[in-house]
Design a protein around this ligand. Structure first.
Ligand SMILES: [Zn+2]
Ligand SMILES: [Zn+2]
Length: 292
């Protein structure tokens, strides 16, 4: 019946007193029937929780009332019931499991990446996100594999990137979480000099907009796309499917049987009733909700 929602979220941010938040947070969740697991650390927050729709709305409001988490964004999914049996809130040193990062690539700060570009160093930079994410934005000269989902990463490494085993390779993703695994797999496969961008694109564009990030950044919340740059030439790298105008905006075709992701400017989106083609426009199985 979809009375429930599942939320996923994480953010790298300096948290002043994570130990205090842990106790308060657990109490709040128990009182409001929120279940799942949330990790707080001085470096940020990482969580997955479920609850009734109205409780989840309260939860988002509650968590974003902390100044550290005011711009936290949530990936949301509908559900019929709780996805978790209990509520765990933990204080840890890292928001991603330590075992993973020990085997992953070395951390590269946004400052260090900027320097590599400025000094014209020889390095390979790879987007560890899905094709529809890198289509609207990427780092300068980045390799953007056509991945449908993260499971395709192994194939990308084994087939497409094996020539770079002895080069300096940097991986990046939205917030740095996917790169833990992405870079760990490369190290495992014998890549000699692997780095992962610390805090991901989010961290870089906050510090250095209008430099080496080109286009928009795909996000999993209702904003859909974040545009960090103000220089015209760095604003968009994608073009409208219909009119070819530069844009970073995209839609899922509202014909439920199609659901294709297409880049579309606002005007064409409206003109085409949120559909990718005349055929889809004529479908009887169209989504009713228009967002964006
Ligand atoms: Zn257009
Ligand atoms: Zn379609």
């Amino acid at each position: 019946m979809n009375n429930y929602k599942i939320l996923l979220f994480y953010k790298y941010v300096r948290v002043k007193s994570p130990a205090l938040i842990v106790h308060e947070h657990l109490d709040w969740c128990l009182q409001n029937d929120i279940k799942g697991r949330v990790i707080f650390a001085s470096e940020g927050v990482n969580g997955a929780v479920s609850g009734l729709n109205e409780n989840i709305e309260e939860y988002k409001f509650h968590l974003t009332s902390y100044p550290e988490f005011i711009d936290l964004w949530f990936k949301e999914d509908d559900a019929d019931e709780h996805a978790f049996k209990k509520m765990h809130v933990r204080l840890k040193n890292e928001i991603v499991h330590g075992d993973v990062s020990e085997h992953g690539g070395k951390r590269l700060s946004p400052e260090a990446l900027l320097r590599l570009y400025e000094e014209g160093k020889d390095f390979v930079i790879v987007d560890a996100r899905n094709w529809y994410e890198s289509k609207i934005g990427k780092f300068k000269n980045a390799i953007t594999p056509t991945m449908k989902n993260f499971r395709d990463w192994k194939k990308v490494i084994d087939d497409d990137l094996k020539a770079y085993k002895n080069k300096t390779v940097i991986t990046y993703c939205t917030g740095g979480i996917r790169c833990e695994k992405a870079s760990a797999y490369m190290v495992e496969k014998g890549f000699k000099d692997v780095y992962q961008l610390e805090g991901g694109i989010v961290n870089f564009i906050k510090k250095f907009p209008d430099t080496y990030w080109e286009g928009g950044m795909f996000v999993f919340d209702e904003r859909r796309v974040v545009n960090p740059n103000s220089k015209d030439e760095l604003k968009h790298i994608a073009h409208c499917h219909f009119c070819d105008k530069p844009t970073s905006y995209y839609i899922n075709c509202h014909n439920v049987d199609c659901d294709k992701i297409i880049v579309s400017c606002h005007d064409c989106k409206v003109a085409n009733e949120y559909c990718c083609s005349e055929e889809c426009k004529a479908s009887v199985n169209k989504r009713k909700i228009f967002h964006g």
